[in-house]
Design a protein around this ligand. Structure first.
Ligand code: FES
Length: 273
């Protein structure tokens, strides 16, 4: 076992098997089309805002705490802390750490170590009271402030932290990720070979993220995943896309109903090393 930089003996860390049990998939829905007639009427966009009006909804991801035993049960001395994968390990906000305190305060910070980019461990309560990067023993407090720089350096930046808001009635935590930009730029209705009606969804993407599309005929009906194509006339057979770089992507879905709503979702999973 590696030595804890704060104590001669580290408290027991969560085991991988425990973390695996906690793995859930959560998503951010970022566009909704209004009801559309298949007679060629222009798509009337309707974006569902799911956060307070002071925050750009395109930059917010929502997390249902009850889905994650680590955060729900807070078995680490009243604390719960875990990491989520947004865009992978290669950019500063690709992996984030969410920590819940005994008083229902939440902290969301980048897990990308500001020393040399290794992914920092989740928060440990008890004697440690810190997040540690074991690559060169950087130590951060619960807000991401550097307590001990890595490798004996004199200083290093704090971990970026993200605004968040917890609704204890719905049990949903909303986290604002700057420049997330989850939205759809445009939607177009057209036909293929004069027959099949298709919608084109154009939306900005982040390299390393994963996206899929859902449909519901009305907002009261649970949505279902729909296959899509990445060209206007291509086979509608894809279920997800995983861009390797930032940019704009297009997806075409066959429209089989007279009206409905399409969601483009970014998939976020628990980060398990
Ligand atoms: S990369 Fe984290 S301490 Fe060096």
């Amino acid at each position: 076992m590696r030595a804890c930089p704060l104590k001669s003996v580290c408290p027991k860390k969560p085991t991988l098997s425990t973390e695996m049990l906690n793995r859930r998939e959560w998503v951010k829905r970022f566009v909704v089309g209004s009801a559309v007639a298949l007679t060629g009427e222009a798509w009337k966009g309707l974006v569902l805002a799911d956060i307070s009006p002071s925050v750009n909804p395109a930059n917010v991801i929502s997390l249902k705490i009850a889905d994650y035993p680590t955060l729900r049960d807070r078995l680490d001395g009243g604390y719960g802390s875990m990491r989520f994968n947004l865009f992978g390990i290669t950019i500063p906000n690709g992996i984030i750490t969410v920590t819940r305190t005994p008083t229902d305060q939440f902290y969301a910070v980048s897990a990308y170590c500001t020393h040399q980019g290794t992914i920092v461990d989740p928060y440990l309560a008890g004697d440690t009271n810190a997040m540690i990067c074991y690559a060169h023993n950087s130590v951060y407090d619960i807000q991401g402030t550097v307590l001990v720089p890595g490798n004996g350096e004199s200083s290093q930046p704090n971990l970026p932290s993200y605004n968040n808001q917890y609704d204890n009635v719905s049990g949903v935590l909303r986290i604002e990720i700057p420049n997330l930009n989850l939205k759809v730029n445009s939607t177009t209705l057209f036909s293929v070979n004069g027959a099949t009606q298709r919608f084109q969804l154009s939306f900005p993407v982040k390299g390393g993220a994963k996206y899929r599309i859902r449909y519901t005929p009305d907002l009261a009906t649970p949505s279902t995943l729909v296959p899509f194509a990445t060209t206007s006339t291509g086979a509608v057979s894809l279920t997800t896309i995983s861009p390797t770089s930032n940019g704009t992507r297009n997806a075409w879905v066959d429209s089989t109903s007279a009206q409905g709503f399409y969601f483009v979702e970014m998939i976020v999973t628990e980060y398990v090393p």
